[in-house]
Design a protein around this ligand. Structure first.
Ligand code: NAI
Ligand code: MG
Length: 334
């Protein structure tokens, strides 16, 4: 039967980069049926809410979604749509790979790091957010469970094994955040012992930031809690040429949402300037998840050739072209 994919074009640069990705998926003969759904500002205008029920139902029905960036209005009491989606579908694993391509403005070559971020707990659980009545004190609750920590660390080691990787580094701040990060580290050590074929390392988060900048080649797979994973994965994106190069997969027990790490880029929205690479790489992750690895590889090869030859690349990559020219260059190679 034909695979149906729920597609959320999203806000800002979303529609442009999602169209690039679906054109490429069609070109390699994926034969997907797309169910388009609204979320974000578009949904607020059309349905009066940021995350309409019918969108949730379509994601639940198809179990695989490709999603553009969504703008969460600041203040006004809106909770982040991305956080809601991750909680609603229990998308506990956020896989954010970064891979160097030659010909970008990146400082390094040969970077190949996967950050596995716990996606539902910790500082981003949204629990216990209170500001005192007089506005002088604010608090939030951070919860780490043994089950949650075990699930994400095992997920990271399984991924490492499957992809033939050598090392998993657990990143933490157990020296200061003794309860939460302490439990995460304890569980990470226990799980690591069950994978003797893979090297286990641990590192404190602030040192990890410095090490990533100074000597990134020591890293292979990083596993960490929600907040640290959010920050470290953007840092990793910076190692390979910026947010336009960074995809992310949100994986749950029976549902997965694939997206770019970056946001809706309002500063360049509607200008045909966005680099679609991150969403194209997210669709490659989606194909691998759907066990269509041969098609994923074909797209990766074409994309790599466009970027490395500098044929019609976008401005963030040092080129002079727009989203549509870049996409045409990839499509030609397919
Ligand atoms: P952003 O990621 O949208 O933009 C940061 C900078 O990177 C901007 O200068 C932008 O032009 C550039 N950039 C981002 N993607 C690019 C691409 N594909 N090609 C070329 N340049 C690119 O972050 P910002 O400005 O902090 O957030 C804007 C909005 O996006 C906010 O409403 C935020 O809530 C939302 N957001 C949504 C996310 C999601 O849906 N996954 C993730 C992060 C932010
Ligand atoms: Mg982020």
């Amino acid at each position: 039967t034909q695979q149906r994919i729920t597609v959320i074009k999203g806000d800002g640069i979303g529609p442009d980069i999602i169209d690039a990705a679906t054109q490429i998926l069609d070109k390699v003969g994926c034969d997907f049926a797309y169910d388009y759904a609204d979320a974000g500002l578009m949904a607020l205008e059309n349905h009066g809410e940021l995350l309409p029920q019918e969108t949730l139902e379509l994601i639940a029905k198809n179990k695989v979604a490709l999603k553009g960036p969504l703008t969460t209005p600041v203040g006004e009491g809106f909770t982040s749509i991305n956080v809601s989606l991750r909680k609603q579908f229990k998308l506990y694993g956020n896989v954010r790979p970064v891979l160097s391509f030659k010909g970008t403005k990146a400082r390094y070559e040969d970077i190949d790091i996967i950050t596995v971020r716990e996606n539902t707990q910790g500082m981003y659980s949204g629990l216990g957010q209170v500001v005192s009545e007089d506005g002088t004190e604010a608090e939030a609750k951070s919860i780490i469970t043994r089950e949650g920590a075990e699930k994400i660390v095992e997920f990271a080691y399984e991924l490492a094994r499957r992809e033939g990787r050598k090392k998993v580094t657990a990143v933490h701040k157990a020296n200061i955040l003794k309860s939460t990060s302490g439990l995460f580290l304890k569980v990470a050590r226990e799980v690591g012992e069950r994978y003797p074929d893979i090297e286990s390392a641990e590192m404190i988060v602030d040192n990890t930031c410095m090490q990533l900048v100074m000597n990134p080649h020591q890293f292979d797979v990083i596993v960490t809690t929600n907040l640290f994973g959010d920050i470290l994965s953007d840092l990793c994106a910076g190692l390979v040429g910026g947010l336009g190069m960074a995809p992310g997969a949100n994986i749950g027990e029976d549902c997965a949402i694939f997206e770019a790490v970056h946001g809706s880029a309002p500063d360049i929205a509607g200008m045909n300037l966005a680099n679609p690479t991150s969403v194209i790489l997210a669709s490659i992750q989606m194909l691998e998840y759907l066990e269509m690895g041969d098609k994923a590889e074909r797209i990766r090869t074409a994309l790599k050739d466009v970027i490395e030859s500098g044929d019609r690349t976008t401005r963030d990559l040092g080129g002079e072209h727009g989203t549509t020219d870049f996409t045409a260059a990839v499509l030609e190679r397919l």
